[in-house]
Design a protein. Sequence first.
Lengths: 256, 214
Amino acid sequence: MTLAVRVIPCLDVDNGRVVKGVNFQNLRDAGDPVEMARIYGQEGADELTFLDITASSGDRETTYDVVRRTAEQVFIPLTVGGGVRTTEDVDKLLRAGADKVGVNTAAIARPELIREIAQRFGSQVLVLSVDARRCPSGTETESGYEVTTHGGRRGTGIDAVEWAHRAAELGAGEILLNSMDADGTKDGYDTAMIEAVRKHVTIPVIASGGAGKLDDFAPAVEAGADAVLAASVFHFGDLRIGEVKGALRDAGHPVR
Amino acid sequence: MSSAAKKIIVFDYGFGNVRSAERALAHAGADVEISRDYDKAMAADGLLVPGVGAFGACMKGLREARGDWIVGRRLAGGRPVMGICVGMQILFGRGIEHGVEAEGLDEWPGTVEPLRAPVVPHMGWNTVTAPGDSRLFAGLDKEERYYFVHSYAVRTWELEVANPHMPGPKVSWTTHGEPFVAAVENGPLWATQFHPEKSGDAGARLLRNWLDTL
């Protein structure tokens, strides 16, 4: 009896529509996040993550509606992140049907937000999203990794490993570790960074950024990740959830 | 699915994803309503008690909604109750979180304690070892996995049933770092540490198994 490695597809959602998403056969509407979520669920996804990139906060109602409709049809855990700034935002997403909420920039600006969310809703709802990169020349942190904002364009000088550790102490239930260096490269996960974070936190770590081929997933788990997240390789149909699980199983890792 | 849908009340006391439970039960064929109304909760074929967050906070919320009474009265009359996650934990004698002890409903003796494992919370899909005659897990393969998310658990099952004419409680176990109680079937009182409402097809089957007994 061992906990299975979770395979998590992530959908970028803009104003109620999936941003990138083609190449799926038997899909009526590849732009509908609810439809995509249902297909991923059927394919064996262990959880789903929606990243809401809607620019205007006035359009959040659309997001709540997507979450509501997804939760009516898909009976696996759903995490929703993007633009979460207050405990009220968390409350609305949970009420709409999200099981977990991803928090990123707002917690960097005000770490107390992590404690507030954990105390009100429990640690299990809080996924701290960390967009991290190797320190560019001229900057330095103890671990060699720094937290970024604005999609990796801005460095903060905050040590990424230290931040993950602090967030766990404040009450985060999980760390979503997104490598901004590996993101989009399809060259594999940043296993060195996963190892560095794994050594310093005892809450689950989700590896994100860089998945391109089937052989990329097992090394992330061997580096200490409890779950592997990917977006584009699934959307574009390059890899299927079942294939990734097969590759993990072949490498000796338990999967559902 | 039986011809008449079973009436289920998902007890709404402010702690737990009541919507998830409602949708999954409806999907499994029940006539579900989210409510904290005393009469409705007493009259339902089954009462489902969800729960998330801290043990002490859940107990406080449950008492404020008279949930402690409702659960006790229903069980005294042999009326089915099902607890999920912290909704299972509060059925035990006491919970210890951050060194603070809180009283539970004490339907079963036992203590809810921090789970000792390298990575906590225990978050994700795990297998369950159920007794062969379990009705909750009937028809479900032993390799099947269920969705857990918790940092506390019951390590020791303490209830002894001495009466040979009474069926003993059926206790199912899972291991994460150490073995802990994953589910209990004890007369009208059933409970799971995992979330059947989030456990895909396996969870739906398990909820149907419960509905079929009502």
